[in-house]
Design a protein around this ligand. Sequence first.
Ligand SMILES: *Cc1c(COP(=O)(O)O)cnc(C)c1O
Length: 386
Amino acid sequence: MFKLSKKLQELPPYLFLEIDKAKRKARSQGRDIIDIGIGDPDQPTPKNIIDKLYQAAQDPATHKYALDQGMPVLRKAISDWYKQRFNLELNTDNEILPLIGSKEGIAHFPLAFLNPGDYSLVPDPCYPPYKGGTILAGGKPYLMPLLEANNFLPDLGKIPAGILKKAKILFINYPNNPTGRCAEKSFYQDVVRFAQKKRLIVVSDLAYSEMSYDGYRPPSFLEVEGAREVGIEFHSLSKTYNMTGWRVGWACGNPQLVAALAKVKSNIDSGIFSAIQIAAVEALTGPQDYVDKMRQLYQGRRDCLVNGLRSLGWQVEPPKATFYVWFRIPKKIDSIKFAGMLLEKADIVATPGVGFGKYGEGYIRMALTVSEDRIKEAIERLRKVF
Ligand SMILES: *Cc1c(COP(=O)(O)O)cnc(C)c1O
């Protein structure tokens, strides 16, 4: 038989595949499953973006290999969007790199900076590619627990000096998947100071910058003074414009960091389909009213789910951003057992916290990706079981 590489063997098991299997089995038995497990928007991509793709795909000029650096028109659209959203000027020549989805860039980034034995500082629980990308690059993840007592922010002061000596990259992600918690500029200021002192590269994942509620607007890490000297930020069109399947996002920030990622990628891919880049320009520069509608839709669902869970006597905080409701399991069982129980007894798929790392144990994540009617149905089913 074939022997997997050490790196591949080291990767944490992908729990979500197991959940998916159980879900499909339940569906094949004809059960009416409410799936609030996966963070994938249920709404379609806005029509003007689809039309643009259709139109651009008719042009043979889009059928060739795309430029590795992304089309100038897309880098310009990203720069304008950043200016308008965060009042930051990004140089389109060397501070922006379009990506085949931000996950791709996040997972490849450690290849540019880690040597065997080097560490990445990774929040736990977290979005899996921070760990996976680190391991595939030959590095080691050092887990920074995200604890409720510290508002789900990492406690930088607790990282051992011996680890810090060998650490190169610090990952942060706010608004956060899976906890739904947010960070303010004061946290980012601490991160910049820490990174300067310890000579760390900061990777900020801002995939949820536009998915926020009650008028709250999440800041960008790059807004903080000094951030551009130490950091790079990853963005995605996936959640903002319901484009998860399209695979387009970008990295921006420090030119050296951007160039290093571009160099890795030039050895791996050959750019993003040009028609998708043109459609991404339409997304960023076209009408934005549906982004507001998206926020209203999720806000309504959030209130429906949080109020429903509270009516069961469960303690749940409404997230200010992201489409995740993350809360402590109201029973003394582990998160995989609890998720299994939700599926078996209530035909509900939710994600066990431990799937995002060991410090996620004891929690469950529900995604606001079904209608309010379905959320109400889910609550009624839970009321019968618990
Ligand atoms: C969904 C998500 C992304 C987006 O990934 P894409 O590859 O751009 O679709 C990035 N980071 C986090 C934390 C996410 O949850």
